[in-house]
Design a protein around this ligand. Structure first.
Ligand code: GLN
Ligand code: ZN
Length: 755
């Protein structure tokens, strides 16, 4: 039995790549200096993989692997080529846009990479794009490793996934381009043949989606051609994030030397193997260790699967289920975390150790092995973690706990009367600019330079300023400004027991941006109030209604590392109960508008449509309802989503039973509005009317026009007026001007509609 990984983290143990790249962007270092940082990171990665049977190269990237693949095959839109920059600067212009010397060239757009929190750059292909080999990156990195004494397998995004995810800008489509790409991939292989590469890994995650017959035909066609030219190179077809139930048998028939399957997220992987077998002569790359979560692998469970594979006499290699870029570097770095927690975690380095352990254990009568026993005990320990109160609360949930006692229509009527808001009420999504003073105050508190009282005193002062500002602007529903939060999940996690936080456990989100998701360690419980004091203080300052601001349970879960010993559904219900307590306390203190952000609800929609309802929405929507179901009839519940592409789950969104939903809309084509209408969407809506991602101030007229467009599709009685989310990232000046115009636009329309 052998060991392998699909990819290793690349941002650097101390985020060196991030910092060096940002310096390069600011012209503070030369590219050669950035390259040196890259070289060190690669060397370090290879050294750490030295005990594996397959060490990987070309998984390193200065920004994103999909972008690298586009660059490799010359898929570079004209607007970047015309800049006539060096190769690396053209590459970075694609990633981040180019604003210099009066030029303003837009970056490629970014999309979530399957069901992860990683984002890839969506390369654009134009009708006259000439597909050819354009970069030697993969070859150079192979040689670089070889010079250091490492024979590597090289990885790249496979042709099928690449063709499926490209953005076709002109008239031409996949069919027009596929032959050119087949030829380009063949030249790529030929170049590697000259260099003596032994193994080439094609990453084809798209295969875990629901596939149509055309998809399968396309896959077979392009690979038959490519595999005919593979020569002496062994080709591994690598999949992850699910199972390949739609194409399993066809994969066996094609001339791949290895097939990589995910046993962690691939619910049907083992069934497929049992049912259809695995062809002799091919190697199975079995993804048995979770590449996306941070818990130790259960050796008992994994060795059980290994035994099954052995019985079937399959030639197999064990590996992590996905690239390890989705987990942090190393548990050891967490010097403030107690060993009693740490021993349960495996980040990238520890996962390599696990692979080595498993390889040894598989050849032993392992049940008596100390390593095995120690591992087994970890899972037994966790059985005692259960919080009885939380457990009981969950067990006693009744259907009625998920339903508000008053119907939507009744609530709408009563709220209209009691809140007495004008037509087209104006509001914001919650945060206000986190200016330097806000950040400085938080930092000084975290470093112990100021006391808690001083820290809070400052926040209260900011809240007061924020309220006065909103009153002056004439907004209708005010917020407290969220100065106490640096992050909408971390802040809540810090006030819930059951959460753990790390110091250095960064994971790349995109390019130079990293996130540090908190860990759900045990049962979640709200031990203290979270936001009540901030919202109540805001309320005490004004006669206008204050909107309380909370993060919803599904979003909190989706942006954390989840537990594996209980279901995500159960974890989410626990969080929902904690937030529910906060909602009820806000209500008790007189806050009768409460927004529960579900920024990330759509993010974790399963990749296969057939799983959407049975594996996700069937608990995600109830979890949200659980949060607000006990509210009084006159408490108005808002929710917010960071996207507007929810056309295909629109009924579920309505079933969240919120009274109002705001969503990010200014950068989309507002297709959603048609389906709101078609589906008789009853929740009141606040599509973001201007883009907050740039400092540009929209004019009154512009906002009015947007509103008019929206009004063609939305019942005027149901429309709210708000900007997109994320004002905290903007400066004060443009925010004030833009909101001023927003209020005026709303008033103009109001006068018109009153007549
Ligand atoms: N309430 C948050 C804000 O206004 C929502 C952030 C988000 O949608 N990501 O910043
Ligand atoms: Zn948002």
């Amino acid at each position: 039995m052998k060991t392998s990984i699909i990819g290793f983290p690349r941002i650097g143990e101390n985020r060196e790549l991030k910092f060096a790249t940002e310096k390069y962007f600011r012209n503070e270092i030369k590219f050669s200096e950035l390259e040196n940082v890259g070289k060190e990171i690669r060397k370090n990665a290879w050294q750490n993989q030295k005990d594996l049977d397959y060490i990987v190269s070309n998984d390193f990237s200065y920004y994103d692997l999909f972008l690298d693949t586009a660059f490799t095959f010359n898929v570079i839109a004209k607007r970047y080529r015309q800049l006539n920059l060096s190769a690396i600067d053209t590459y970075f212009a694609m990633a981040r846009g180019y604003q210099k010397d009066g030029l303003d060239v837009k970056a490629l757009s970014m999309k979530k990479w399957f069901n992860t929190n990683y984002h890839y750059m969506v390369a654009e292909i134009e009708d006259d794009t000439e597909i050819k080999l354009n970069s030697t990156k993969a070859f150079d990195q192979y040689k670089e490793a070889k010079n250091l004494g490492f024979e590597t397998k090289s990885t790249i995004v496979g042709i099928f996934t690449f063709l499926k995810l490209l953005d076709y800008k002109g008239e031409k489509n996949i069919n027009d381009f596929k032959d050119d790409f087949v030829n380009a991939y063949i030249s790529y292989i030929e170049k590697f043949q000259e260099l003596g590469l032994k193994t080439l890994q094609f990453e084809e995650a798209y295969l875990v989606y629901d596939l149509s017959k055309e998809d399968i035909d396309l896959f077979k066609e392009v690979y038959q051609k490519i595999l005919a030219k593979k020569g002496s190179i062994k080709i591994i077809l690598q999949t992850y994030f699910g199972d390949v139930r739609d194409i399993y048998q066809q994969l066996q028939e094609l001339d791949f030397d290895g097939i990589g399957l995910d046993f962690v997220e691939g619910r049907k992987t083992l069934d497929l193997i049992e049912k259809y077998g695995f062809v002799k002569g091919k190697t199975l790359f079995a993804g048995l260790i979770n590449g996306k979560n941070i818990w130790r692998n259960s050796y008992e469970k994994t060795l059980g699967i290994i035994e099954k594979l052995k019985e079937k006499e399959i030639d197999f290699v064990i590996q992590a289920s996905s690239s390890l870029i989705h987990v942090p570097y190393r548990v050891d770095f967490e010097d403030e975390l107690d060993e009693k927690y740490k021993k349960h975690f495996a980040f990238a380095y520890e996962k390599l150790e696990e692979l080595n352990d498993l390889k040894k254990l598989a050849d032993l009568d392992y049940k008596e092995d100390q390593n095995f026993i120690k591992n087994k005990k970890l899972f037994e320990d966790r059985k005692n973690l259960c919080d009885r109160d939380v457990k009981e609360r969950i067990e006693n949930l009744k259907d009625s706990d998920f339903i508000r006692s008053d119907s939507f229509e009744k609530r709408e009527e009563i709220q209209k009367e009691e809140l007495n808001l004008p037509l087209f009420p104006t509001t914001t999504i919650g945060s206000f600019p986190q200016t330097l003073d806000v950040k400085r105050n938080r930092k000084r508190y975290k470093n112990g330079q100021i006391s808690k009282e001083e820290y809070e005193e400052f926040n209260y002062k900011k809240i007061e300023e924020c309220i006065r500002l909103q009153e002056d602007l004439g907004l209708d529903v005010l917020v407290h400004g969220e100065y106490e939060r640096n992050d909408m999940v971390e802040y809540f996690g810090e006030h819930l027991s059951g959460y753990l936080f790390t110091k250095k456990a960064w994971v790349q989100s995109y390019g130079t941006r990293c996130v540090k998701p908190p860990i759900i360690w045990s049962d979640i419980k709200r031990e203290e109030e979270i936001t009540v004091k901030w919202s109540s203080y805001a309320k005490s300052l004004t006669k206008k209604p204050i909107k309380g601001m909370l993060t919803g349970p599904v979003t909190i879960l989706n942006w954390s590392f989840p537990r594996e010993d209980i279901s995500v559904k159960e974890s989410t219900y626990q969080i929902a109960l904690a937030i529910r307590d906060e909602v009820l306390e806000l209500e008790k203190s007189g806050i009768n508008i409460i927004q529960i952000d579900e920024a990330a609800l759509r993010e974790k929609l399963p990749l296969r449509k057939s799983d959407w309802f049975s594996q996700y929405l069937d608990w995600a929507i109830p979890a949200f309802r659980l949060v607000h179901s006990a509210c009084k009839v006159n408490t108005q519940i808002h929710t917010h989503m960071c996207y507007s592409e929810f056309t295909d789950i629109i009924k579920s969104i309505d079933q969240m039973d919120a009274d109002v939903i705001s969503f990010e809309a200014s950068r989309s084509n507002l297709e959603i509005l048609d389906s709101l209408k078609e589906n008789n969407f009853r929740t009141q809506v606040g599509p973001g009317v201007y883009d907050i991602h740039s400092p540009r101030v929209p004019s009154v007229e512009e906002i009015e026009n947007t509103l008019r467009k929206i009004l063609e599709k939305v019942d005027y009685k149901k429309l709210w007026v708000n900007p997109d989310c994320g004002l905290k990232t903007r400066g004060e000046e443009e925010t004030v001007k833009a909101l001023h115009n927003l209020v005026r636009a709303s008033k103009e329309l109001r006068d018109e509609y009153r007549k």
